[in-house]
Design a protein around this ligand. Structure first.
Ligand code: ACO
Length: 332
């Protein structure tokens, strides 16, 4: 351990998406929209959707297996499994199901929720366990099946989202590759993006009334979220870079939550980061919530774009509201 604690490296990535795809033309059979409207406002062309036989645990497990294989470790080496999701198969948690499917009996496993910021919040959470010397090998998965919770009659939201999973392995490492972070929350804006519980009073016995109901489809104030992202994301990235002793021109890749191409472009412009350093795959996946950052990361690593030692700033933002950024160098 150095003065700051154990070094941290991100040594493997993996991803998985359902086979079924829905392009903008076919989506226009469901709601009144067009490929032209969706592509010009968001950059999205198609999204993957979980079929009836797909489950969150299955796609998350597949992404995890790919990440573990790239890291060159065995599931039995894992100390901790973190699942960032807003759409678990089971509200009590899905991480343990993934632990069982992977065959990682030593690992403690739990879910965490920070919506589209879940992966970045998870990265920071995982890093703390390694920094303190508590754990050596941590699997972090970001996975969501928002198609279960989208109002498919609301054209303002249903065109935006898709399903998927991405994962990384973080390991204790001699040199430290996890350089800095900044996380933020603002609950006063909670209503602008919600997947809220709605209930009816149910009288159990005389004098005792409880609420019973279910979660309601996603509601969003699109303009407010757009403004929030374009203002707050550059700020939090600058703060994380400051903490990492790096300037924006020392960054090789800007890895933003894949919500909307216009948000990606506006954030890059404010930070003066050239377009060729901005990772974007949302045309093919839409907004996959907690999965979007590791999905884009994994594709770029496997395409050979991201190389060992490259400096990456990842930033997530979304419901809560929550937002944050983490700066790291890829590989050992
Ligand atoms: N197809 C055709 N027309 C549409 C569609 C659609 N899919 N959706 C909305 N419209 C119409 C509206 O009805 C409206 O028409 P009207 O003027 O006749 O009422 C018009 O287009 C403009 O609607 P706006 O909502 O004002 O459209 P805006 O320009 O704000 O774009 C968008 C909407 C793309 C959602 C934008 O607000 C945005 O990008 N917001 C950020 C949203 C986001 O990325 N959220 C997720 C991030 S956080 C997270 O990941 C959880």
């Amino acid at each position: 351990m150095n003065q700051l604690g154990a070094g941290i490296a991100i040594t493997g990535s993996g991803s998985a998406t359902p086979d079924v795809t829905l392009d903008n033309d076919r989506l226009s059979q469901i709601v009144e929209t067009s490929d032209e409207w969706i592509a010009s406002r968001t950059g999205i062309r198609e999204r993957h959707l979980a079929d009836v036989q797909d489950s969150l645990s299955a796609i998350a497990t597949q992404a995890a297996q790919n990440a573990i294989a790239m890291a060159g470790i065995a599931p039995t080496d894992l100390d901790l499994i973190l699942l960032a999701t807003s759409t678990p198969d089971d509200l009590f948690g899905t991480a343990c199901k993934i632990q069982a499917a992977l065959g990682a009996p030593q690992a403690v496993a739990f879910d965490m929720t920070a919506a589209c910021s879940g992966f970045v919040f998870g990265l920071v959470t995982a890093a703390q366990f390694i920094r303190t010397g508590t754990y050596k090998n941590v699997l972090l998965i970001g996975a969501d099946i928002l198609s279960r919770w989208v109002d498919w009659s609301d054209r303002r939201t249903c065109v935006l989202f898709g399903d998927g999973a991405g994962a990384v392995v973080l390991q204790a490492n001699e040199s430290d590759r996890f350089l800095g972070f900044e996380l933020r929350s603002d609950g006063t804006l909670n209503k602008s993006l919600q997947l809220a519980y709605d209930s009816q009073p149910t009288e159990l016995v005389d004098g005792i009334t409880i609420n019973q109901g279910t979660y309601q489809p996603i509601t969003m104030n699109g303009k407010e979220i757009y403004r929030f992202a374009v203002q707050k994301v550059p700020e939090v990235i600058e703060k994380a870079l400051f903490r990492s002793n790096l300037t924006t021109n020392q960054i090789d890749w800007l890895l933003l939550h894949q919500a909307n191409q216009r948000i990606l472009d506006a954030v890059a412009e404010r930070l003066k980061i050239p377009g060729e350093k901005v990772l974007s795959n949302l045309a093919r996946y839409g907004n996959t919530s907690a999965a979007s950052i590791p999905l884009a990361l994994d594709e770029a690593v496997r395409e050979g774009k991201i190389k060992s030692g490259d400096a990456i700033v990842a930033s997530g933002f979304g419901a809560g509201l929550t937002w944050g950024a983490a700066v790291f160098q890829w590989g050992k």
